[in-house]
Design a binder for this molecule. Structure first.
Ligand code: B12
Ligand code: SF4
Length: 495
């Protein structure tokens, strides 16, 4: 029997089937080189698996070399720790963590008893080398990109260079039940899955992990290889759409145009949307070509309607650029989806209202636009804002487990003045309901759809009258979400 590697994707908090469940792409990418080397790999996703812990236990067989766990900053760490503890109690295999949080907080995270080795950064090559070394019992000394426990000593090996994305084997779709992740991500479509065409981003916005995680570099995949993968996915999983999950898809405009031309030339019957888009790159983009290639939906980070704040976070765009692009979208059939954040340390009522006014402006010029629910700016590790926020009262967690308590949308953020707190927190919930995104996402869930419709009516009234301080229905919703989360946490503690 081939030797086995167990890969685990923990829950992230509120994981709603057919709403926000996306494939555990990190683990599917990691598995590919291992499968190529001849290892047997299992991926278990706690968000979708029933009897998850029982299955983990059954998979801790004698031939299992190690267990790998993925973690983002926040609630996912809590679940990841519970899984790691369970493995520790039931087996002696090494426990390896990887992903954004352990990479950016490697020194702090490795001190946890339930972690033996951390793979920093992109995992494909490093993890394959690590698994080979563990299975042969050879030294970990020379494997770049890991932080590990050498007896009582903690060792941080040298950095690993970024991978050549075109040399990586095809993503292991066969290891997950893809059907569980097919969702209505692209407006007007029902069957969508994620794909990535590049990694990283050359920009350095102060709140983003990219500068430290990707060293502000951008690495592309060959467009023909991407198109080949998409064609294969469309046929194999009967998709009508794909969602590009890149950090920044339009870094090289010619390449993006080539992507569109290939879709048109190959007559692939497909709609597509894209997560990582900068307003300034769109100035040079041929919208007509995008539309003809099936582009339906682009997510853009605007972050604030205040020029002062846009400069503060080093976003590198202007209000004029934003307004020009809004007009471009209004005369095209592509749906723009704008992301905003609130709760900046330098944000007073004036700046907050500039953001609300910008949303109103967009709604007037391009009524089909979508908006993300406003997020509170968060000091994620490895960002410039992580340092800045400490000047405004943020005390960084001292232990890995403390990072899991962070739920920014609902917590008391130290720098938001008392008189603005209610407004800011209500806005984070209320803005989920100011457009049709909730209806798209709940297409396949009748109960959630009804709740969404009711809340859309409330949100419309509050928004129209700029009444954000007193929103009892949203407080109730907040309570429900908190109740669901605390029940999850209790279940976790007793499992
Ligand atoms: C899809 C996605 C989600 C999905 C699914 C999560 C997932 N990771 O699959 C969902 C919807 C659940 C989600 C939720 C959230 N997300 Co999100 N999400 C993404 C997105 C767009 C793509 C992730 C992805 O698939 N990347 C491609 C894979 C191949 O890369 P990767 O995950 O980094 O994995 C590689 C390495 O990290 C490493 N690795 C990863 N895991 C492991 C495990 C082992 C064992 C090893 C060895 C290596 C390893 O190897 C992998 C291959 O090279 C990223 C942005 C991005 N482009 O990465 C944001 C991103 C990860 N999300 C982010 C955030 C902030 C959130 C939310 C907090 C948003 C919110 N406010 O609600 C929540 C998080 C909830 C929580 N913390 O518990 C931040 C994370 C910042 C941080 N410090 O953790 C990112 C980076 C976006 C950003 N630019 O800020 N997200
Ligand atoms: S926020 Fe977007 S543009 Fe800014 S660094 Fe991150 S990925 Fe790049």
């Amino acid at each position: 029997m081939r030797k086995h590697v167990l890969l685990l994707f923990p829950k992230t908090g509120l994981d709603l089937k057919r709403v926000n469940l996306q494939m555990p792409m990190s683990l599917m990418c990691l598995a590919a080189p291992l499968e190529e080397l001849g290892y047997r790999v299992t991926i278990l996703d706690q968000r979708t698996e029933k009897d998850f812990f029982l299955k983990v236990k059954n998979l801790l067989a004698d031939d299992t070399i190690c267990a790998g766990i993925s973690a983002m900053t926040g609630m996912q760490i809590r679940y990841a720790l519970a899984i790691a503890k369970f493995i520790r109690e039931n087996s002696r295999i090494p426990i390896v963590w990887g992903g954004i949080h352990p990479t950016l907080m490697a020194e702090q995270s490795i001190r946890n008893n339930c972690i033996d080795i951390i793979v920093r950064g992109e995992g494909e090559i490093t993890f394959a080398e690590l698994v080979r070394a563990l299975s042969r019992g050879s030294s970990l000394d020379k494997i770049p990109g890991i932080t590990w426990k050498d007896g009582a000593k903690i060792r941080a090996n040298a950095e690993r260079n970024f991978c050549d994305l075109d040399k990586l084997p095809p993503t292991s779709y066969d290891l997950v039940n893809v059907e569980k992740y097919v969702t209505a991500q692209v407006p007007g479509k029902n069957r969508s899955l994620d794909v990535y065409t590049s990694r990283g981003c050359p920009h350095s916005c102060s709140f983003c992990f990219n500068r430290s995680f990707n060293n502000s570099s951008w690495r592309r995949r060959d467009i023909d290889k991407v198109i080949f993968e998409i064609e294969w996915m469309v046929k194999k999983f009967h998709l009508d759409s794909v969602n590009i999950n890149d950090d920044n898809f339009f870094v090289d405009i010619d390449r993006s145009h080539t992507f569109c031309k290939r879709l048109i030339d190959k007559k692939i019957p497909l709609a597509w949307g894209c997560q990582g888009v900068r307003i300034d790159s769109l100035e040079k983009v041929d919208f007509d070509l995008l539309q003809r290639s099936g582009c339906k939906h682009l997510y853009m980070g605007i972050e604030s309607g205040s020029e002062k704040i846009i400069q503060y976070i080093r976003k590198g765009i202007t209000l004029n650029q934003i307004k020009n692009i809004v007009h471009k979208f209004s005369s095209s059939g592509i749906i723009a989806h704008y992301n905003f954040m609130v709760g900046y340390p330098i944000e007073a009522e004036t700046e907050l209202h500039e953001t609300i006014e910008l949303v109103n402006y967009i709604m007037r010029v391009d009524p089909k636009a979508y908006f993300s629910s406003f997020h509170i700016i968060t000091p994620y590790p490895g960002t410039e804002f992580y340092r800045l926020s400490q000047q405004h009262g943020f005390i960084p967690p001292q232990k890995l487990e403390e990072w899991s308590n962070i739920r920014w949308e609902y917590e008391q953020v130290p720098w938001i003045p008392a008189h603005m707190r209610k407004t800011v927190f209500n806005l984070t919930l209320l803005t989920y309901f100011i457009d049709r995104k909730g209806l798209d996402k709940t297409k396949n869930n009748l109960l959630l759809r009804i709740i969404t419709k009711v809340y859309m009516a409330f949100a419309k009234i509050h928004w129209k009258h700029k009444q954000f301080k007193f929103c009892p229905e949203f407080r109730l919703l907040n309570r429900l979400v908190n109740y669901k989360m605390s029940r999850e946490i209790r279940n976790l503690a007793s499992s």
